[in-house]
Design a protein around this ligand. Sequence first.
Ligand code: HEM
Length: 192
Amino acid sequence: MKMKTMIETLKKATRELHEQVEQENLARFIMDYSIDEATYKLLLLQNYVAYKTTEEEIARHLPFYEGKKHQELAKDLEQLNVPVSLHSFEGDFRCQTRPQAYGAAYVVEGSALGGMVLARNVTRCEKLSHINSHHFFNGDQNNITAWKKFKEELSLQEFSEEEKEQATQMAKATFRYFRKVFQTGFSVAAVK
Ligand code: HEM
């Protein structure tokens, strides 16, 4: 029997968590085009907190890693006058080992796939039609290129059974972390 690749293992282990996040998070209102500006702002801020904390932590362990999604989110927030803040989540996300960082990066980079669908839909949301540019939901093909490169990089790694388990557990923990941040109602009051 052929051994499962690391990607296959991670995908299978997180399938249910992905479904939960997909069903619960505010992006579902982009999927049905009903989102309004206040909800969009909260969605952007939740994503900013989740990506900034995870991308910086992953980069501490993986030198090649350039997590830049939080920078695009910061641009969106600035454009809408929402103060950029990590609120209570500063330092809340931690990886201890390289395999753990790979597991977390799988989640953060793989999210680009859903991001492409959301980018297409966001331009069709009537209540956001006054927003000229979406930086995070940009639909740029580079997001997919980065995901493919990451998968290649991951496939070159040799992990022991113990390390595979570490990566898998961290991928699950990363989904749970995103879920927790997505359940938080931050203030999105505009700066005067
Ligand atoms: C409403 C929100 C979301 C939608 C509509 C969505 C949709 C999708 C779609 C269509 C795929 C491609 C599935 C495939 O080709 O097999 C995908 C893959 C993925 N998504 Fe999401 N997604 C959402 C949110 C998220 C979030 C918030 C995360 C992470 C925090 C995430 C992480 C992933 C990962 C890791 C994969 C890659 C699975 C793999 O091929 O190994 N997604 N998503």
